[in-house]
Design a protein around this ligand. Structure first.
Ligand code: FAD
Length: 435
């Protein structure tokens, strides 16, 4: 039987990988392949390129440890798949089904070029489109979705294949430091990428913070969330395995709340699958009036708005390629509701820096905050100062990321404009942050 190609994309793992397991079970030899496609790396955040480099090194080691290898090619994905198929006689491609425009086009072109393509689940816990409301192609509101999501029967979590047999073929070199490509700046304090690091983080999380998560997830200085988003974004962790591990952990309400967040991730993916324009068009047009304000936008991007909790979030993004969820909501609401700058400006900036930056989650959440997305209360008030008092009551988060305010004790760091003199180098607020 000819070998089959396993095309890796956003699923850079060997555990619970339905496409890899199916190919290994079906064929004597398989060709695990990753294509460094300039159409993706040219536009991706430098931080994501860096994570990708590490994940590929790790995946190659995991496959070599099983007798196989990761073949690496560079160029247009479909062209490279076809070239490898010609070179080796492979007649079938196995891959994990994706969502979004790019994935749809890739799959369509592959189907035209290769005799057989098998797109298998693995990107989400419940595949997009697997649960639908009566009379609709996707859920527009989270609560009914989450009920259907919870009731849906799941496939079994798969072990990593023990052996991967590879025909004689040039593996190709890993692409070197991909972080030299891409857009945005490289964050000095990023987390290390790859399946091994991801699994270690998951283990530590299950034994550590998970049981308190329901009480601590909004605590800004505590940073008491899983930090697994980039691992899930690159598929170094299977979302299904993550959910099942949390459910089996005995962590009670902490685990319940954590699983709920993974349902949110699936929710946004099924929205993106049904509404591929999510990154460019209002999901629900609401006649919002936006202001083009380049100076305010620049201050927001650099963390120099003069509103400490906003600046702390924006600087965390630049320093870590990550931002606490509560800070993402505060900074996004400040840009779209206080400054009335278009959500796309903010989402694009996030996308240029987040290691976990993902079209479905980033643009879906931005539209949610801006009131053009799936929020059932699009005009809910969101006051950054009140948020700061509630979730950073002693100003510890603000002082951690805004060193100019380090000398202001306690919650005085949240309102420096009320001091007799603004701390050196810190600007006055560019807009009224509320009371
Ligand atoms: C404006 C804005 C932009 C965002 N952009 C992204 C993005 O590009 N990529 C991304 O993964 N998340 C995004 N989120 C969601 C959320 O902020 C991050 O997933 C979370 O902060 C990551 O930290 P964590 O892994 O410690 O999360 P935890 O609190 O530990 O949550 C566990 C996992 O659940 C998922 N999750 C949690 N909240 C959400 C949510 N609201 N929507 C979708 N999935 C969620 C993530 O995969 C996360 O890793 C965004 C939220 C906002 C408000």
């Amino acid at each position: 039987m000819p070998p089959a190609i396993v095309l890796f994309t956003q699923d850079l793992r060997v555990h619970d990988h339905p496409a890899l397991t199916a190919a290994v079970g079906d064929r004597d030899a398989v060709l695990p392949l990753f294509v460094v496609d300039p159409a993706i790396t040219g536009r991706a955040a430098r931080n994501r390129c860096a994570y990708l480099s590490e994940a590929l090194t790790d995946l190659r080691a995991a496959l070599r440890g099983r007798g196989g290898d990761l073949l690496v090619r560079e160029g247009d994905t479909v062209d490279r798949v076809c070239a490898l198929a010609r070179e080796t006689g492979a007649d079938t491609v196995f891959l994990t089904a994706g969502v979004g425009r790019f994935a749809a086009r890739r799959e369509h072109r592959l189907r035209e070029a290769v005799p057989a393509v098998h797109a298998l689940p693995g990107l989400t816990v419940v595949p997009p489109g697997a649960v639908t409301p009566t009379g609709g192609d996707h859920y527009k509101v989270f609560t009914p979705y989450s009920r259907a999501w919870a009731d849906r029967e799941r496939r079994s979590v798969l072990p990593a294949p023990e052996k991967v047999r590879l025909p004689a073929v040039d593996p190709g070199a890993l692409p070197g430091d991909l972080a030299e490509r891409g857009v945005g700046a490289l964050a000095p304090d990023r987390l290390a990428g790859g399946e091994r690091a991801a699994r270690a983080r998951l283990r530590a999380w299950l034994e550590g913070g998970l049981s308190r998560y329901d009480r601590t997830r909004d605590d800004l200085p505590g940073a008491a969330t899983s930090h697994l988003s980039a691992d899930l974004r690159f598929g170094c962790l299977s979302p299904l395995e993550t959910v099942e591990a949390a459910e089996a952990s005995g962590a009670g309400q902490g685990a319940e709340e954590f699983v709920r967040q993974l349902a949110w991730r699936d929710f946004h993916h099924q929205v993106a699958a049904a509404f591929p324009g999510l990154a460019v068009r209002d999901y629900r047009p609401r006649d919002r009036v936006w202001h083009g304000d380049p100076e305010a936008l620049d201050a927001w991007r650099r963390g120099r708005t003069g509103v400490p909790v906003v600046d702390a979030g924006m600087r965390q993004l630049l320093r870590e390629g990550f931002m606490h969820n509560r800070a993402r909501m505060i900074t996004a609401a400040f840009l779209t509701r206080t400054l009335h700058v278009h959500w796309k400006e903010g989402a694009d900036h996030f996308h240029a820096h987040l290691v976990d930056g993902d079209i479905a989650d980033n643009y879906g959440n931005w539209q949610w905050v801006a009131g053009t997305g799936n929020d059932t209360r699009p005009n809910r008030p969101f006051n950054p100062l009140r948020q700061a008092r509630r979730f950073d009551p002693e100003g510890a988060y603000v002082r951690r990321y805004v060193p100019e305010l380090a000398g202001l004790p306690g919650r005085r760091a949240l309102t420096p404009w009320r001091e007799e003199r603004l701390p050196d180098g810190y600007p006055p607020p560019i807009a009224d942050p509320g009371r």
